[in-house]
Design a protein around this ligand. Sequence first.
Ligand SMILES: Cc1cc2nc3c(=O)[nH]c(=O)nc-3n(C[C@H](O)[C@H](O)[C@H](O)COP(=O)(O)OP(=O)(O)OC[C@H]3O[C@@H](n4cnc5c(N)ncnc54)[C@H](O)[C@@H]3O)c2cc1C
Ligand SMILES: O=C(O)[C@@H]1CCCC=N1
Length: 386
Amino acid sequence: MSSRDYDCIVIGAGVQGSFTAYNLAKNNKKTLLLEQFVLPHSRGSSHGQTRIIRKAYDEDYYTHMMEECYQLWSQLEKEANVKLYRRTGLLVMGPEQGDYQVFKSTLERNKVPIVILPREEFSQHIPHVNLSQGNAALVDTTAGVLYADRTLKTVQGQFQKLGGVIKDAQKVIDITPGSVVTVTTVSGVYRAKRLVITAGPWANTLLSHTGLQLPLQVLKINVCYWREKIPGSYNVQHRFPCFIQLESEEAKHHIYGLPSNEYPGLMKICYHTGPETDPDERDRQTDKGDIDILQRYITRCFPGLVPIPAMVESCMYTVTPDNHFVLDHHPTHSNIIIGAGFSGHGFKFGPIVGKLLCELSQGEVPSYDLSPFRIRRFQTHSKSAL
Ligand SMILES: Cc1cc2nc3c(=O)[nH]c(=O)nc-3n(C[C@H](O)[C@H](O)[C@H](O)COP(=O)(O)OP(=O)(O)OC[C@H]3O[C@@H](n4cnc5c(N)ncnc54)[C@H](O)[C@@H]3O)c2cc1C
Ligand SMILES: O=C(O)[C@@H]1CCCC=N1
């Protein structure tokens, strides 16, 4: 095997590609992880300080996957001797009869420890928040915060310790499928028996070299931080939880937030959708409709925050029509595996996605039923040129 030949190449060193590469190296596969930008970078979907981890979902299969996923997060923390997760709980609020009931049933059915907060006790448990009229509230006590940038550094470091090779500033510009796949970057040509594509917002750009297009939409998300009027009111050390507002007067999509933590005195609250963007032109997208919605919601429900964002960072979602991931073999080239369309909720699944993409690439039976994540569900959308 020459130095340019690998058992497996992974394209894209975001959370999903990094965990996939790490799993491959753990399985003694000679693995190359290619990244277009110099690492670390803030131009994809995995950067920033924090993400929410939770078992509260409306589908059982996500809650099931999270059972094992929590263990994998904890294993990585032990292995690398680093703290990646902080338990805070997740406050779920929503109109009593809507999605809220579905979340509650999934949590109860799966015996996830929750606390129901009756309206009359709400403010005693969650000060400085107004529960909307007709809304109910519960806390998923297993939920918390993941340290995102630290995770990428850790998992990439562990991958390298296992002998894995990372080449950054190596944008892939061509892929030639075959029993041995040839991958051409701006500065080299590499070959492998198996290829995993985890290119986030650039998935379709890369897939075009393989004759496949998926129904993916790239959205720009304004990551807004809001200042506490009284410092500490929403602080992680004062046990303020993460939250999801499922529906609201202001918005059809979820609004979610994390306690003030990474930037003292600032709480992160975002809207779970945004305007469409070209990933290479993200900062030319200046639509602020999401910020208007957040300002109205914060004024009404978080009276302890100044309703003008103190800081706005940028991130991107790559969404599928049903908001479920794509974890599958390429329909024509079975040695090419695709992890895409994480639809703004994929970070927490990184360890399990990495395990599953590794299993798929090795032709093993995946540990979970992947039918919700198959490409063929898009049959009416996907434009395969093959
Ligand atoms: C604001 C925001 C908040 C979020 N909150 C949560 C949350 O609370 N909880 C949660 O679980 N999830 C959350 N998510 C979602 C989660 O962060 C994403 O699902 C996840 O980061 C997607 O990772 P990825 O590896 O697929 O993509 P990316 O991180 O974008 O990685 C893809 C990588 O591929 C590289 N690449 C692309 N093309 C090429 C090429 N040609 N050659 C080489 N490299 C290439 C890119 O540069 C990039 O580094 C949030 C996302 C955002 C934006
Ligand atoms: O995945 C998550 O937990 C966050 C919060 C809810 C909306 C999307 N991302």
